[in-house]
Design a protein around this ligand. Structure first.
Ligand code: ZN
Length: 47
């Protein structure tokens, strides 16, 4: 399963507001490197 670019354009890191990149089964912040799991196709940014 792959995230659409649209989703990655809409969301940003809740910690530092930077862009997120898809990395396998999770998304990773390009700035602080925080990792968030993708659940049911949607990144879970609540951790
Ligand atoms: Zn960040």
């Amino acid at each position: 399963m792959s995230l659409s670019e649209e989703i990655l354009d809409l969301i940003s890191c809740p910690k530092c507001n930077s862009r997120l990149k898809e990395r396998g089964e999770s998304v990773v912040c390009i700035e602080c490197k925080k990792r968030f799991p993708i659940e049911d196709g949607v990144p879970n940014l609540l951790e």
